[in-house]
Design a binder for this molecule. Structure first.
Ligand code: MRU
Length: 349
């Protein structure tokens, strides 16, 4: 089956796979300006840290594309405003603000060029961010696949696959490469309540690649690990601090603690664009709280909780660096001591 990319770009719009409909429907939505892109990110039609970074970059380009005046300062002001607007779409994954910053920097550094040329530069930078992520994912896959041995049973949560990136994935990219290399292993996917990215997207992506896949409810992970069934855990990340504390989908911290308690390796697979050079500790990571409807009904369809019940719905949690066996990046593995080794890799860029 042909690899489906989460996003296709054109000069006047982007087309994204509406991931809320997967896997039963493969429906595309078009975004023609920054408002469409922000809405798609907020509603999680496109999701996953690198993918929202890529969408954000195209959103910024689309937001300045129709700028009509010849006033350069106003054009720059508009660029900054659109970037700020898009950055607010989702707060936790740093890849979004990182990509917007990269694109904005490119425009500001080329200030002397004409407005038409600056629009072109913005478009090329968005394309570059997407193509660069494709290369980074392949490299992470190659480094990470070496950690998978024949007969391994791995566990993952949420979706850190093609749909969450430029088309290949971070944590799932590791499984894809191990499969391409002929390794015999299997993967358990946590369903990932409340929005079921694991049940809907991860199991779909793994099965497309003919990887032996077993879907479980999130609450089943502990007992499977205790029974010795799970040998290794691979997850993605939305933001990694300089200390190695990191945010990922809610439920990841449970798995990290379980891995430590039961002495199994716990790997975090993420590109350097997920490392936040400005944050020293996980305490400073902004966590997105989402609408209570995601919890009070089953995937927006069947109401299950009594009306008026109090609900809290954090979309991400933060795991401590000491729970991580290694970070798998496009530059190779980062091992403890993280406070030293993360800075080394980031500064070598
Ligand atoms: O809320 P989501 O679906 O955007 O959350 C996604 C995750 O938590 C992923 O694990 C993370 O973004 C890494 S994706 C390569």
């Amino acid at each position: 089956m042909k690899n489906i990319l989460p996003l296709a770009y054109f000069k006047d719009h982007i087309k994204i796979v509406d991931q809320t409909k997967l896997p039963l429907e493969l429906k595309y939505v078009s975004c023609r300006n920054e408002r469409d892109v922000s809405d798609a990110i907020k509603k999680m039609k496109i999701r996953g840290a690198p993918a929202i970074g890529i969408a954000g970059a195209f959103g910024l380009y689309l937001g300045i594309r129709n700028f009509k005046s010849t006033d350069k300062d106003r054009f720059i002001k508009r660029t900054v405003e659109v970037a700020e607007y898009l950055a607010e779409s989702r707060p936790t994954a740093v890849n979004l603000s990182w990509a917007l910053e990269e694109l904005k920097k490119k425009v500001l550094h080329n200030y002397r060029r004409s407005i038409g040329e600056l629009k072109d530069i913005a478009y090329k930078e968005a394309v570059h961010i997407m193509q660069d992520d494709q290369k980074r994912c392949r490299l992470m896959g190659a480094f990470g696949a070496k950690l998978i041995k024949n007969k391994d049973v791995c566990l993952t949560i949420c979706n850190a696959g093609g749909m969450a990136t430029s088309g290949y994935g971070t944590a799932l990219g590791v499984f894809f490469k191990a499969k391409e290399d002929g390794r015999k292993f299997e993967v358990f996917a946590c369903e990932t309540r409340p929005l079921l990215q694991g049940a809907r997207i991860t199991s779909w992506e793994l099965m497309q690649k003919k990887i032996k896949t077993t879907l479980i409810c999130d609450s089943m992970a502990a007992s499977l690990i205790k029974r010795g069934i799970i040998k290794k855990i691979f997850v993605g990340a939305d933001r990694i601090t300089l200390s190695g504390d990191f945010a990922n989908k809610i439920g990841t911290y449970n798995l990290a603690v379980l891995a430590k308690f039961h002495n199994i390796p716990f790997y975090v697979v993420a590109p350097l664009s997920t490392f936040d050079k400005n944050l020293k500790s996980g305490k400073d990571i902004p966590i997105e709280f989402r609408n209570k409807d995601e919890i009070t009904s089953l995937y927006f369809k069947k109401r299950i909780a009594p009306p008026g019940v109090r609900v809290v719905n954090p979309a991400f949690d933060v795991s401590d660096a000491k729970l991580v066996s290694a970070f798998v990046t496009e530059k190779g593995l980062i091992k403890p001591p993280y406070k030293i080794n993360i800075r080394k890799i980031i500064h070598a860029q």
